[in-house]
Design a protein around this ligand. Structure first.
Ligand SMILES: [Zn+2]
Length: 438
């Protein structure tokens, strides 16, 4: 399989190299031979279309991989100098029942194991293969860290699922979350309760790694642009930065590293609204990721003070790519939030049939909310989505692993979708180069 893969990869790359800008998908099929003297076969076997693969990462590229497992959030980011970051590694473990999306590629491995395979595959040519410089946990729900019910037994005092399973197969140098070391916001009991009971495994995992494997653990530093930094050639890529915008009711003011309080622990009882938020910038390109940040006081939720998106969006400002908050669920993606960000591309990570819900999807595409073209991607799209969204879902591009590849300097990027049903990651959809919205 490897030699075939190398062959088709070369064909794909030759075709891409020969293509003018603005011409992308399907070029590999143009490489054919023809002998006019040969009688046509009356019943020809169609030639298989050669598979095409994501061209290898090169220094200067910022690659943002939204990994599809069907069971939760996970984003793997390769920064321009090869510094690596994983954002969440969920495993909801079937907690959503029939409303959940099936696992991909299949159930022969757990989501954490599939994530580790993915990271090892796409990091093999990096300065330090199979290693995460940062693992960043946005908040403590099962679809972002793992769950105890389907986790496997471990030998170090904690179960293996989600991020703790990833740690079995991939080296992790630093872990950053919203609670270390005391987990007091709003209280340790609230965090453990909302985690489905997995927080205690996660906490044991952190302590084991700190004590036995040298992993550094840090609390998310709201307002800072110096916590997520490049590890190899920071001086060469001064136009790359990550700003920590929000967590735990504390919002960056937009000035220096200053922050202000939106709410206190006594105001709230919901984990999503505490999610850590970042804005990653590379030249004129920028990317917003905010975990399961909530937008308003939807009647399905009892908690107060859920209107977090709009003030966060005002501080974040315009972005090129938005990873939709809370998977595009009904309490997210408010119009005024979208008006602040005006994203050109929106990526929705999916583990439930309401990811996205019809309301947020309609706001994302509504030209009255903000002007300009925008394109929507989801990591999974099932028959359940088709029946829930109907024709409105036709705006969504083919589902799979969603890759944002930003080219050197950050003025252009291209979107790739990789097949999540197989383990050699062929490209099933790609765009032309896109000029960053300014
Ligand atoms: Zn979530």
């Amino acid at each position: 399989m490897n030699s075939r893969r190398d062959f088709v990869k070369k064909v794909g790359m030759m075709a891409m190299a020969a293509s003018a800008p603005g011409f992308a998908a399907g070029m590999a099929t143009a490489v054919v031979s023809c002998d006019s003297k040969t009688e046509p076969d009356p019943d020809p076997e169609p030639d298989p279309t050669p598979a095409e693969y994501l061209p290898d990462w090169r220094e200067g590229y910022l690659d943002i991989h939204h990994i599809a497992t069907g069971q939760g959030d996970c984003t793997f980011i390769i920064c321009p100098d090869g510094t690596t970051m994983l954002v969440d590694a969920g495993d909801v473990g079937g907690n959503y029942g029939a409303s959940g999306t099936p696992s991909v590629p299949d159930e022969s491995k757990t989501p954490g194991e599939w994530i580790a395979d993915y990271v090892n595959h796409f990091s093999k040519d990096l300065p330090v293969p199979g290693t995460l410089d940062y693992a960043w946990i946005t908040h403590f729900h099962t679809d972002h860290i793992g769950n105890p019910n389907t986790a496997k037994a471990g030998t170090n005092g904690y179960k293996l699922g989600g991020i703790t399973m990833v740690g079995e197969h991939v080296a992790i140098k630093k872990i950053i979350d919203r609670g270390w070391p005391d987990y007091s916001f709003p209280s340790r009991a609230a965090i453990e309760g909302e985690s489905g009971g997995f927080w205690k495994d996660y906490y044991a995992f952190l302590n084991y790694r700190k004590d036995h494997q040298g992993t550094e653990i840090e609390k998310f530093a709201t307002g800072s642009n110096a916590q997520f930094v490049l590890k190899h050639k920071a001086a060469q890529y001064g136009d790359f930065s990550v700003r920590n915008i929000y967590a735990n009711g504390i919002l960056w003011t937009g000035t220096g590293a200053n922050a202000k309080t939106l709410y206190t622990a006594s105001d709230v009882s919901d984990e999503n609204m505490h999610s850590c938020v970042i804005k990653m910038s590379y030249g004129s390109f920028s990317y917003f990721a905010g975990g399961d940040l909530s937008g308003y006081n939807h009647p399905n939720y009892a908690s107060k003070k859920r209107e977090i998106e709009v003030p966060v969006g005002q501080v974040a400002g315009k972005v090129t790519v938005l990873k939709a908050n809370h998977h595009g669920t009904y309490d997210s993606t408010q119009p005024d939030f979208l008006r602040s960000l005006t994203p050109q591309t929106i990526v929705i990570t999916v583990c439930h049939v309401l990811h996205p819900d019809a309301g947020p999807l309609s706001r994302m595409v509504d030209p009255l909310v903000y002007e300009g073209d925008r394109t929507i991607y989801t990591t999974r799209y099932t028959d359940g989505h088709k029946s829930k969204l109907g024709a409105a879902g036709n705006v969504i591009k083919p589902a799979g692993h969603i890759i944002v590849r930003v080219y050197a300097g950050g003025a252009k990027y291209r979107m790739f979708v990789l097949d999540s049903e197989t383990t050699d990651y062929p490209v099933i959809y790609q765009t032309d180069e896109i000029n960053v919205n300014e």
